[in-house]
Design a protein around this ligand. Structure first.
Ligand code: PLP
Length: 380
């Protein structure tokens, strides 16, 4: 008997038992402030440094690269913009893609209102970025490029390594940031290979708790703090460290290789699900012709009343979402699908995102219920 079926893992993931246990152990026993000089403080500090090593290792960062802990990836993204602008106040040009998470897009728009020139690169029907358009937009005085590793709504993966090469060729001084929130734990992320200057991470997308993130900063890349105050994080991010959550994220990072391995199974389940669902008339799988995350499917139905579909599934305790989680309270059109120029009648879509916990039985139950509800809604 299946209790509930959670297929919204791009919104957030279930904290793993091991991680939860570890988080509770640290919360209970290591309550010292990591900045305190006595034993309890030093122990907290050791725990944080251990987590830093684990997370750096999981993205193949060099020993002298930096990684700061943040409150979330939204903070990591905002910090990157704030830092770049403060490091090079004379440079005024920023490039982002049209399908970024709002924590990048809204930040870019904020700085646009402050007088920055922001170029928003479009994508095609498949969600692919136009590299020629990207080349044309780059200038010697471009300050920052912020382009995500993988899209949270469609799972489409961008060729970050290639984009970094192109960018640094045209504008050697440009700073390159990637929001890798959705890629971590699903596909390999190797900062050495990518050549990025900054990379954002969020714990709750790979079975760590919510409210903890990190920002990778390449050894030579300039960085100025976004939050001022104490001397924590080597003066790069003030605020008493959340020792237990940082530790939990560090423990979760130890499983990243295993999660990537499990993703192959996710891909099989996802592809099977899409095959079954595509048998229904007037269905479109968004981004299917592109390289995608193995766990993500964006299913669009012609003129579908998506709220009713979501509600129907929710009644059966099947949890999926429409577009990104941040938009799920107001079901409007997604800026990602709009950027992909998805026909209006197909702009209401369902995002199904699997995790290492997802089973074949759950996918079968989802397919069955989905077909049943669609049939009912189409009869109305
Ligand atoms: N970037 C992407 C691609 C995301 O999917 C999300 C969360 O949905 C975020 C950033 C924000 O992460 P956080 O919730 O840690 O602020």
């Amino acid at each position: 008997m299946i209790e509930e079926i959670y297929l919204d893992n791009n919104a957030t993931t279930k904290i793993s038992d091991k991680v939860l246990e570890e988080q509770c152990r640290i919360l209970k026993n290591y309550y010292g402030n990591a900045s305190s000089v006595y034993y309890l403080g030093k122990e907290s500090n050791k725990i944080i440094e251990n987590a830093r090593v684990n997370i750096k290792r999981s993205i193949n960062a060099a020993a002298d690269d930096r990684l700061i802990f943040t409150g979330c990836a939204s903070e990591s993204n905002n910090s990157t913009f704030f830092s770049a602008i403060n490091c090079f106040p004379q440079k005024k040009h920023i490039i982002v893609s049209a399908v970024e998470h709002l924590s990048v897009l809204s930040t870019a728009m904020f700085w646009k209102e402050k007088g920055y020139e922001v170029t928003v690169i479009g994508v095609d029907h498949d969600g692919k970025l136009n590299i020629d358009e990207f080349k044309k937009c780059l200038r010697k005085d471009t300050l920052l490029v912020s382009i995500m590793f993988a899209n949270n709504e469609t799972g489409v993966v961008f060729p970050i390594k290639k984009l970094v090469e192109v960018a640094k060729n045209i504008a050697p001084e440009v700073l390159f940031h990637t929001d890798a929130v959705q890629a971590i734990g699903k596909i390999p992320v190797d900062v050495k290979e990518l050549g990025v200057d900054y990379l954002s991470i969020s714990g709750h997308k790979f079975h760590a708790p919510k409210g903890v993130g990190a920002l990778y900063i390449r050894n030579q890349a300039p960085f100025k703090p976004f939050i001022f105050g104490g001397h924590q994080e080597r003066n790069l991010r003030a605020g008493t460290e959340n020792t237990a959550s940082i530790h939990a994220m560090g423990i979760a990072a130890l499983d990243i290789e295993y999660l990537i391995e499990k993703s192959k199974n996710n891909e099989k389940l996802r592809d099977f699900m899409e095959e079954e669902i595509e048998k229904i008339e007037d269905i479109m799988i968004i981004g299917k012709n592109s390289e995608r995350l193995p766990n993500t499917s964006n299913i669009s139905m012609k003129n579908m009343r998506i709220a009713e579909l979501l509600l129907g599934l929710s009644r059966e305790k099947i949890y999926v979402s429409t577009g990104s989680a941040c938009n799920s309270k107001s079901i409007g059109t997604s800026h990602v699908l709009t950027a992909m120029d998805v026909p209006k009648e197909y702009q209401q879509s369902l995002r199904v995102s699997l995790s290492s916990y997802t089973t074949g039985a759950e996918i079968n139950a989802f397919i069955k219920e989905f077909k049943k509800i669609i049939k009912k809604l189409r009869r109305k």
